[in-house]
Design a binder for this molecule. Structure first.
Ligand SMILES: Cc1cn([C@H]2C[C@H](O)[C@@H](COP(=O)(O)OP(=O)(O)O[C@H]3O[C@@H](C)C(=O)[C@@H](O)[C@H]3O)O2)c(=O)[nH]c1=O
Length: 183
């Protein structure tokens, strides 16, 4: 697997080795030893999530404050634009965001350490996203940062605003100036 820092260096693009043959393909979607070595972390994952969404769905931007979750994201169907925002006040990249495409065909994964808000926009007809998390879901601890916060100016690749689909929770997200940050 190849690991490349994104423009927020703690957020890593992971390219697994894919073995293709006449039957199809094989890849190790996760290998604890390799993951720990290449990301220089001693992370443990405790939960696997799977969501399916139609084109135009935007989920996020979510984070848990007291139970921060590191997330390892991959797409097994379709294509998404994945976005993270650094909410760690002590970080040199505090308040910066990074967005990139993840798709079934690229096999790319994204490692987001604890301390970030996360969300994605579905670009294909349908997308299924799988992700591992380093802490359990705590609904009472979850916060939603507004996807179109005017300060952050995230450049979502939205072609038609009328086709955007958000949950009521995500429509009611808080602005960057209102949300609580990590230390
Ligand atoms: C995230 C989550 C949700 N749920 C439940 C709560 C709710 O009834 C239903 C749907 O929840 P949500 O609307 O929050 O699902 P969703 O908008 O897909 O939330 C996810 O968004 C992406 C961007 C992330 O980064 C994730 O961490 C998570 O916050 O599933 C769980 O039981 N466990 C979980 O871990």
């Amino acid at each position: 697997m190849k690991v490349t820092p994104t423009k927020i260096p703690d957020v890593l693009l992971i390219e697994p080795q894919v073995f293709g043959d006449e039957r199809g393909f094989f890849l190790e979607s996760f290998n604890l030893k390799n993951f720990r070595t290449k990301t220089q972390s001693d992370i443990n994952f405790v939960q696997d999530n799977h969501s399916k969404s139609q084109q135009g769905v935007l989920r996020g931007l979510h984070y848990q404050l007291h139970y921060p979750q590191g997330k390892l994201i991959r797409v097994v169907r379709g294509k998404i634009y994945d976005v993270v925002v650094d909410l760690r006040q002590s970080s040199p990249t505090f308040k910066q965001w990074v967005g990139l495409n993840l798709s079934r065909t690229s096999f790319h994964q994204l490692w987001i350490p604890p301390g970030f808000a996360h969300g994605f926009l579905v670009l294909s007809d349908v997308a299924e996203v799988l992700y591992k998390t380093t802490d359990y879901y705590h609904q009472e601890d979850e916060h939603t940062l507004l996807w179109n916060d005017p300060q952050l100016r995230i450049d979502w690749p939205i072609t038609n605003l009328d086709h955007l689909i958000l949950s009521p929770k995500d429509q009611a997200g808080q602005s960057f100036s209102q949300i609580p940050y990590y230390p």
